[in-house]
Design a protein around this ligand. Structure first.
Ligand SMILES: C[S@@+](CC[C@H](N)C(=O)[O-])C[C@H]1O[C@@H](n2cnc3c(N)ncnc32)[C@H](O)[C@@H]1O
Length: 237
């Protein structure tokens, strides 16, 4: 049996892993995740307005959004964000409001700040996915959407066993292989004002999904502790 205390993620391991990935990330993960990113961007543009990309990484998606969308990006990895900053300059992306080093679990934005929160290939890389989803819901405006592209682990069978076996090695690379859709469903079930809009299988091999949640105009989902700073200050550059 795998000892999950050694297999699960912590922020330091993830930060170290993405500092190593930064120089080669686009080469390794550019084409393989392209379809998922296209689907997420298309869904985000249907809502439009002010969009937060969490785990924006090297900013690989940023040039592909309509220039009518206002974009903010955050990532825990400064080396990844430096690449994103270079991309913003290279493409003249004047619709990017800012890029900040920030932990997805503690977003320094006020409640109801964004029309859309996008996180592509991110939720399975954070130590506490449910706390991260709570933050997404908090900073999302009523009527907005959370749009994820994420790996969904198998519920049973050989793939489930392989994912379990591979998890300790995956941790060193900065992600989880095990993460069932049940966890998303359970989170949405207990989060006031949030509902699942869509789940769609994505390549490679349908092991990933586009997952969309809506936040209704009602009660909202604010956490009781709102003592985070009023606005981010740590810029990537
Ligand atoms: C697999 S990469 C995805 C990058 C990009 N979204 C894409 O489509 O390729 C995961 C990204 O999430 C970032 N990340 C991991 N944990 C994070 C956290 N707790 N807060 C913010 N970003 C995080 C990593 O630094 C990395 O840039």
């Amino acid at each position: 049996m795998t000892n999950l205390s050694h297999a699960d993620l912590d922020a330091q391991t993830v930060t170290k892993a993405y500092a190593r990935w930064a120089p080669v990330y686009d080469l390794v993960f550019g084409p393989v995740f392209e379809r998922g990113r296209e689907a997420a961007i298309a869904a985000a543009e249907r809502v439009g307005g002010r969009i937060l990309e969490v785990g924006v990484g090297t900013g690989i998606s940023l040039p592909h959004y309509s220039r009518n969308c206002r974009l903010c990006g955050v990532d825990i990895s400064a080396p990844m964000l430096r690449k994103a900053q270079e991309r913003v300059v290279e493409h003249g992306l004047t619709n990017v409001e800012g890029l900040w080093v920030m932990d997805a679990e503690h977003l320094s934005f006020p409640d109801n700040s964004f029309d859309v929160v996008v996180a592509q290939y991110v939720v399975t890389t954070v130590p506490n996915p449910e706390a991260t989803l709570d933050e997404f819901a908090r900073v999302l405006k009523p009527g907005g959407e959370i749009i994820l592209v994420s790996r969904v682990g198998a519920e049973a069978g050989l793939r489930r066993a392989l994912e379990h076996w591979f998890q300790p090695a995956a941790r060193k690379l900065g992600w989880r292989t095990e993460f069932s859709f049940e966890r998303y469903a359970a989170w949405a079930g207990r989060t006031q004002g949030v509902g699942l809009i869509e789940r769609r299988a994505m390549p490679p091999l349908g092991h990933f999904s586009l997952i969309r949640f809506g936040k209704d105009g009602g009660a909202g989902t604010a956490r009781p502790d709102l003592s985070t700073p009023a606005y981010p200050t740590a810029r990537a550059s």
